[in-house]
Design a protein around this ligand. Structure first.
Ligand code: DGL
Length: 279
């Protein structure tokens, strides 16, 4: 039997739209509900406990929208809160770290992989662990990590490809370039919005990994394994933000295209009580 309930996708802000876009492109017959927690963004400089609390509240909001799956379209939330969310969800939960790690190991030729991410993702060490796990049969694996917190603000501001973005990228990426990576994981879902700038600074010989593409294929696999595919009728696209809806739409629409996002509604999620949840 087909299941036409929507897929729920959340992020700290507009970054998760880079994952949503790939899901829509791979599975156009699936309805989606997106929540961007712009009002509490960024997550990348918050503590472990705060990231878990926010992620649980984001999930509880999506659960109220009767979703059939939760996609954590945020690496920071994936590294800090995936296990907790999985433990408290009745529907499958998909995270974004492991698919990105696998894509990086498949892409590298010289074994030198760069991971750029938020401070919270870098300090968790879990992305590096995921790459080491995905590349466990590679003898020559060398990894460099770099936190690039300002990239999130640039992405949320819509400054994706200008001189400020270029100067910021030059400064953050110099050590990564000098390390000699041939593959760079955009391990924050906001960063693909700056891919042009990042690609120019890294040069043509470096492959950028946008995990959204790999995540979309995991979403398809999990839907199919759990008998959750829709029949492709009555497809809906809903968008929610915890900050200004007009601003969310104007920053996001050049990226998402197809007249999306539209009809975005502002909601608050702070009232969801997570005190009963264990970590
Ligand atoms: N987009 C998020 C990520 O993938 C986090 C950005 C932030 O809020 O710091 O890590």
């Amino acid at each position: 039997m087909a299941d036409n309930r929507p897929i729920g996708v959340f992020d700290s802000g507009i970054g998760g739209l880079t994952v949503l876009r790939e899901i829509i492109s791979r599975l156009p017959g699936e309805s989606t509900v997106y929540f961007g927690d712009d009002g509490r963004s960024p997550y990348g400089n918050k503590s472990h406990d705060t990231i878990i609390k926010y992620s649980l509240q984001d999930m509880m909001f999506l659960q109220e929208q009767d979703v059939k799956m939760i996609v954590i379209a945020c690496n920071t939330a994936s590294t800090h809160a995936y296990e907790t969310l999985k433990a408290h969800s009745d529907v499958p939960v998909v995270e974004v770290v492991y698919p990105g790690a696998v894509a990086a190991c498949n892409a590298t030729k010289n074994g030198k992989i760069g991971i750029i991410a938020t401070p919270a993702t870098v300090s968790s060490g879990l992305y590096e662990t995921a790459v080491r796990q995905a590349g466990k049969d590679m003898e020559n694996l060398e990894i460099i990590q770099q936190a690039c917190p300002l990239f999130v603000s640039l992405a949320e501001e819509g400054w994706w490809d200008d001189e400020i973005a270029t100067m910021t990228a030059e400064r953050y990426l110099r050590p990564v370039r000098e390390f000699g990576v041939d593959t760079l994981v955009l391990a924050c879902t906001h960063y693909p919005l700056l891919a042009k700038t990042i690609g120019r600074v890294m040069g043509p010989d470096v492959t950028l990994i946008n995990s959204g593409i790999s995540v979309a294929s995991v979403v398809e696999k999990v839907l199919s394994e759990n008998d959750l595919m829709s029949d492709g009728t009555d497809v809906t696209r809903a968008f929610y933000t915890s900050d200004d809806a007009g601003r969310f739409e104007s920053v996001a629409s050049p990226f998402l295209g197809r007249g999306l996002p539209k009809g975005t509604r502002k909601v608050t999620v702070d009232h969801y009580d997570v005190s009963g949840f264990t970590k």
